[in-house]
Design a protein around this ligand. Structure first.
Ligand code: NAD
Length: 496
């Protein structure tokens, strides 16, 4: 499927060129070493990609710092025009980018296409906000002066993205940062650098000025980002990934009081109350749990069902799970692709063994599939004993766990029994009951009779160990802006 070809810095993947270098100061650059990107459906090498070093990351930051003033001063209309040009180019390259996502992340083509649409919509959302950024003007509380507020870009940003939504994460972060007038260094995830490269190529081809967007890939994330975090010229880090790495970055951010936004892990409770539409709840639980083979921070991590309807719900949910078709994302009809890597697949094998050892009841699935790809059967457990560490961890796998509770109050108590606070879900036909429960759930987002929530108009993000800040919605661009207040003396006597 893959041949590495000239010109240097590109590979031919599915007969189309893909940049495989680092993008620094407006040019694609080779590195001394490369690493292999694998197709998780086959284990085959997709391409060899430049393995960036901390020194190259510093070059990228130098470029971002050098471009910052010029980019900040680009007029809002001109900046928005560039965004619109990039958005058009992105749509023109849809098929290529969608196929690349499936190739390196394994997700089925339909899912990659859905992610593409959402990413393009996020990018457009930020484009539309550029010309609408505003300040304010007010009288001083007790003096002859005026309070004028404006906003200025925080400055050069480091954007660190994960592999599970390779296009959405870069589009959502870079869209907001660039719209705000910040320059960026993006660090892609090692598993999915090529989708990020195609996105950055779109920005470069659209005419974003030299140095405004930079991209580094690496097998040494920890050393590379530590180098940048130690540099006081870096003014913001925006990270999506695990809570552990987020915590390390926050510690590093303390050194120079670097602004930080964190989209971290989740332990989403999916609450089905006794008056819910059970067909709808089961169908939405399938999407919420098994999309992207369960590798989503907002996935239903614990399905919490009221006793009186537990059997009826479980029957429906297990039947739908057993009907899911697992396979290569390029095969029409595939609904669940592979796990991202052999290492993650082995983690899922251990996880399932752990639940079995804890006397959870295996209702379906439970096995890794033989072959070169990293496939795992969609699996459902009924959990009887909640006092187990496994029940408090993010599964990040095609493994569903069902818990039974008595009252609505108990459902809320169990749902909140977690250190995370990203997404929760509640299913009931009674709106007032839904609101009462939603208000008590300690989560940043609550889906009411819905298992999917991401939308450019919505503030996406979590509380507690799930993060700081929001992406999307009206406020998201302000995550990359600092308010500035001007106190202006007014000589009111001139009118006397
Ligand atoms: P991860 O934290 O290992 O990796 C995420 C990114 O951080 C990758 O680019 C990785 O290379 C980089 N990284 C790893 N170690 C680093 C270090 N020491 N310093 C700097 N960067 C480092 O997580 P993952 O396994 O790639 O992704 C899964 C996690 O991400 C899950 O916990 C999931 O919930 C979370 N996630 C959260 C959201 C959200 O919006 N809240 C979205 C997607 C994924």
């Amino acid at each position: 499927m893959t041949t590495l070809t000239a010109p240097p810095g590109t590979a031919s993947v599915r007969d189309r060129d893909v940049p495989v270098g680092l993008f620094i100061d407006g040019a694609w650059r080779q590195a001394a070493r490369t690493f292999a990107v694998l197709n998780p459906a086959t284990g085959a090498v997709v391409a060899e990609v430049a393995d960036g070093t901390p020194a190259e990351a510093r070059d990228a930051l130098d470029a971002a710092v050098g471009a910052q003033k010029g980019w900040r001063d680009v007029l809002p209309r001109d900046r928005a025009d560039l965004f619109h040009r990039a958005h058009r180019l992105l749509l023109e390259r849809r098929q290529h980018i969608v196929e690349m996502m499936t190739l390196e992340s394994g997700k089925p083509l339909a899912e990659s296409d859905g992610e593409f649409q959402l990413s393009a919509d996020f990018f457009l959302w930020y484009a539309e906000q550029i010309a609408h950024l505003h300040g304010s003007y007010a009288h001083g509380s007790r003096g002859a002066y005026r309070v004028v507020t404006t906003h200025q870009p925080v400055g050069p940003c480091l954007l660190i993205t994960p592999w599970n939504f390779p296009l959405l994460m870069i589009a959502r972060k870079a869209g907001a940062a660039l719209a705000a007038g910040c320059t960026v260094v993006v660090k892609s995830a090692q598993e999915t650098p090529l989708t990020c490269a195609l996105f950055v190529e779109v920005l470069a081809d659209a005419g974003f000025p030299t140095g405004v967007v930079n991209l580094v890939h690496t097998t040494g994330s920890s050393a590379l980002s530590a180098e940048l975090m130690a540099d006081p010229r870096l003014r913001k880090v925006s990270f999506t990934g695990s809570t552990g790495v987020g915590s390390t970055l926050l510690t590093q951010a303390a050194a120079h009081i670097t602004n930080a936004s964190m989209e971290l892990g989740g332990d989403g409770p999916f609450v089905v109350l006794e008056d819910a539409d059970l067909d709808l709840a089961a169908e939405q639980a399938i999407v919420c749990k098994f999309r992207n083979a369960g590798q989503a921070c907002v996935a239903a991590n614990r399905i919490i069902v009221q006793e009186s309807i537990a059997e009826a719900f479980t029957e429906r949910f297990v039947a739908l799970t057993e009907a899911l078709r697992v396979g290569d994302g390029f095969d029409p009809g595939t609904e669940i692709g592979p796990i991202i890597s052999a290492k993650q697949r082995d983690r899922v094998v251990d996880l399932v063994a752990g639940f079995a050892d804890a006397d959870a009841e295996l209702l379906t699935g439970g096995r890794a599939l033989p072959g070169e790809g990293y496939f795992f059967e969609p699996t459902v457990f009924k959990v009887h004993d909640r006092d187990n560490d496994l029940c408090r961890q993010e599964l990040f796998a095609p493994v569903a766990t069902i818990y039974t509770v008595g009252s609505t109050a108990e459902a809320v108590e169990v749902a909140n029994d977690t250190s995370y606070g990203l997404a929760a879900y509640v299913f009931t036909k009674d709106l007032s009951r839904a609101l009462a429960v939603a208000e008590q759930l300690d989560f940043g987002m609550v889906g009411v009779n819905r298992g999917i929530m991401a939308d450019p108009a919505a503030p996406f993000g979590g509380i507690k160990a799930s993060g700081l800040g929001r992406e999307g919605g009206h406020g998201a661009i302000y995550e990359f802006l600092e308010p500035k207040y001007l106190a202006i003396t007014v000589d009111e006597d001139v009118l006397a």
